[in-house]
Design a protein around this ligand. Structure first.
Ligand code: ASP
Ligand code: MG
Length: 405
């Protein structure tokens, strides 16, 4: 019997009506002759609500207690779904992460999965039951409940699909799949029939929020092919899988915009060995995530460093740099939050030239100034003014012919 893992996100289990609709889908998958394992998120908004409540009681809640609390969100979903299935005469049983054999390290609120032992799940499948597993949670060696980081239900699904050697892994969400660009910004954006893990990861790290990156990394590592699709319709979604040769025929697969970035300029630092090391050590020690580093050539003994950080890290970055600059003997920090990072991504860049030229020309044609540039093997990113971010995505989308592929 084909084995299928389906994951439904928070909006798909948002209320009783939606739970009933998902139950019908699960029933249909079972009646088509599949063994069905379902992974659920907490209903939309609940995890945030629980965190807010916790913070209302204690400024820095204990991470162990947070995990105890947050795990109930997913448990509500799975128990209700099992009942909805019973209501339509489908044998089903709900599981916590621990009961499903999701074993993690002990790092509360961002635990990593160590092993999955799906024997109990298999036993219930053998008995003809649908197994409904709480996403986002596991158990550590000491028997403590852990959670896998925000959006972690995707990871549960991918890990279970790998351990169960599932034939199909479907990630149901509120979008139809992965698009060439955000369809709210680009009217003729197209849904991609397939995308490689690496492209998906680059798009995710560049501001496209379809799925938790860690689950894509995990899927890549263990070769789990999955499909991102909508739970609100029956359209085919986007298959995410290992890169294959023909994928390189397409130069640019998609375009992402990250509007939650800020630019930090550290100017007039001494142009000597160790300055950059001190700056970035200080930022690293303050857990600031740095991207797109540009250093301008030193003149008159001083140099400038420019880089981007997530907007939420800017205050921490500026604070961390004060003692650093005092230590290296000078420099000023300024920051600019009114920026966006636009990234074009495609495995075809490995074998095609002229991608940067096409992008820069398109931006120039629209009168959009490029502030910073960075490249990787399969990505080119530019920083532009926030007000021009959507225009930049649109002209790049057209320039690479993404509407007509
Ligand atoms: N409920 C968790 C969150 O909101 C996990 C998930 O939805 O995947 O982050
Ligand atoms: Mg989610």
């Amino acid at each position: 019997m084909p084995r299928i893992v389906q994951k439904y996100g928070g909006t798909s289990v948002g209320d009783v009506e939606r739970i009933k609709k998902v139950a019908e889908r699960i029933k249909a998958a079972r009646e088509e002759g599949n063994e069905v394992v379902v992974v659920l998120s907490a209903r939309a908004g609940l995890t945030n609500e629980l965190i807010a409540r916790a913070k209302g009681l204690c400024a820095e809640p204990s991470e162990r207690e947070l995990d105890q609390l947050l795990a109930i969100g997913e448990q509500e979903s799975v128990a209700l779904m099992a009942m909805a299935l019973h209501g339509i005469k489908v044998p089903a049983v709900s599981y916590t992460g621990a009961q499903a054999g999701i074993f993690t390290d002990g790092v509360h609120t961002k635990a990593k999965i160590r092993t999955v032992d799906p024997k109990p799940v298999v036993k219930d499948l053998d008995l003809g039951r649908v197994v409904i597993v709480a996403g986002f949670q596991g158990i550590d060696d000491d028997g403590q409940i852990t959670t896998l980081g925000r959006g972690g239900s995707d990871l549960t699904a991918v890990a279970l699909a790998g351990a169960l050697k599932a034939d199909v892994c479907e990630i149901y969400t509120d979008v139809d799949g992965v698009y060439t660009a955000d369809p709210r910004v680009v009217k003729n954006a197209r849904k991609l029939p397939e995308i490689s893990y690496d492209e998906m990861l680059e798009l995710a790290s560049s501001g496209s929020k379809v799925m938790q990156s860690r689950s894509v990394e995990f899927a890549k590592k263990f070769g789990v092919v999955f499909e991102v699709r909508s739970s609100f319709n029956h359209n085919p979604g986007t298959i995410v899988k290992e890169e294959v040769a023909y994928m390189e025929q397409v130069v640019v697969r998609g375009i992402a915009a990250d509007k939650d970035q800020a630019k930090v300029i550290v100017s007039n630092i001494p142009d000597k060995p160790g300055s950059a090391a001190s700056v970035f050590r200080g930022l690293a020690d303050a857990n600031v995530i740095v991207d797109m580093i540009v250093q301008t050539a030193g003149r008159h003994g001083v140099a400038n460093l420019t880089f981007t950080v997530p907007e939420t890290d800017t205050a921490r970055a500026v604070k961390a740099l004060e003692p650093v600059l005092a230590g290296i003997g000078g420099g000023q920090v300024t920051m600019h939050q009114h920026i966006a990072k636009i990234s074009v991504v495609g495995v075809g860049m490995k074998t095609h030239s002229g991608v940067a030229a096409t992008l820069f020309q398109a931006l120039a044609g629209a009168g959009i100034n490029i502030d910073l540039i960075s490249t990787s093997e399969i990505k080119i990113s530019v920083v532009v003014d926030l007000d021009r971010a959507d225009d930049a995505v649109r002209v790049a989308h057209a320039a690479f012919g993404l509407d007509k592929l």
